[in-house]
Design a protein around this ligand. Structure first.
Ligand code: GRF
Length: 211
């Protein structure tokens, strides 16, 4: 079958990022040599930050990238809802993804985004166990709680995105132990290795088991 026809069958992934993009890289690597090959491809990477290194990672493998910053909207007197609605429309009109993956995306998406994409799976990676450390700096907060003897482990989850931050249906969750000799960076490293595996598993699960 001609390459282009095969690509027509492949599932279309849109990835939203804000920073380093190590989770985006994990998806790129999975497509390049592993479990997603011939099944899905990344058709667009969108960043809300123009200096996100993840944009470079995408451009290195010729994935189309777009930067949409909230600042451009607020400076034009527009609201967060306007931003979210624009982002949703951009995806619907220009990308037509089968799945939207929030991979280190640090902007909270409102119903102005979610309501427009009701028929598309939207998943988020969050470096904590369900119901614990919602929001930003989850790893740091878990590390602090461990130091205070409040927890003995933390985790990583992939969940569907709903308006309430980090509270959608959990798709995959994996516990991550915290060792007494851990520094914060040790825990971050251990968590990121789990993130990079779960983000790919989460995409496969949603695309092929529970769209
Ligand atoms: C990760 O811990 C992710 O869960 C969080 O942002 C961190 C950086 O992700 N939301 P990445 O390297 O930009 O993928």
């Amino acid at each position: 079958m001609w390459g282009s026809d095969k690509r027509l069958e492949m599932k279309r992934i849109a990835v939203l990022i804000s920073g380093n993009g190590s989770n985006l890289q994990a998806i790129i690597d999975a497509i390049a040599k592993g479990s997603l090959t011939d099944k899905a491809h990344i058709v667009q990477v969108i960043s809300n930050k123009k200096d996100a290194y993840g944009l470079i990672r995408a451009q290195q493998v010729a994935i189309p990238t777009t930067v949409v910053t909230l600042k451009t909207f607020t400076e034009a007197g527009k609201s967060r809802e306007d931003y979210d609605a624009y982002l949703a429309e951009f995806l619907i009109v220009n990308v037509q993804p089968d799945i939207v993956v929030l991979a280190g995306f640090m902007h909270v998406l409102s119903s102005a985004f979610l309501d427009r994409l009701k028929r598309i799976a939207i998943i988020n990676l969050h470096p904590a166990l369900p119901g614990e450390f919602d929001g930003t700096h989850a790893i740091e907060r878990a590390y602090q709680a461990y130091q205070e003897g409040k927890i003995t482990e933390t985790g990583v989850m992939i969940h569907r995105v709903v308006a309430e931050v980090d509270r959608g249906e959990v798709i995959i969750v994996e516990k991550v132990p915290i060792m007494k000799e851990d520094g914060l960076e040790d825990l971050k490293h251990r968590i990121q290795l789990v993130e990079h595996r779960l983000i790919v598993e989460g995409i496969l699960y949603v695309l092929y088991n529970k769209p």
